[in-house]
Design a protein around this ligand. Structure first.
Ligand SMILES: [Zn+2]
Length: 103
């Protein structure tokens, strides 16, 4: 996964296209991410006891990573993510537009 938790992303596909939000969860094995305020869904919980009202719960459903683009926190533009290695061989992410580290 190129996108990580706390990245800010822009939605480029689907009903929330054009919106931006912060990544709150990543699911690397599904290739999906959850973004605050994006892909809002409701879940109806059935009442547990008779006479009780059901509850409607709001949540943000995961979207495919391919539906978003990272917004670089250095230059503020949407950009593709690249990788570089530091002197001690640690991989870090860079913005392909400004070439700055975004980790
Ligand atoms: Zn940048």
């Amino acid at each position: 996964m190129k996108i990580k938790k706390n990245d800010t992303v822009k939605i480029i596909k689907g009903k929330d296209k054009g919106k931006t939000g912060k990544v709150t969860q990543v699911f690397p094995n599904l290739g999906k991410i959850v973004i605050d305020g994006i892909n809002k869904k409701f879940k109806n919980l059935k009442p547990r006891k008779q006479g009780e009202k059901g509850q409607r719960i709001e949540f943000f459903a995961p979207v495919p990573e391919s539906n978003v683009q990272m917004i670089c926190k250095r230059c503020g533009r949407t950009a593709r993510i690249g990788y570089k290695f530091s002197e001690n061989k640690e991989k870090y992410r860079i913005c392909k537009k400004c070439n700055e580290s975004i980790d």
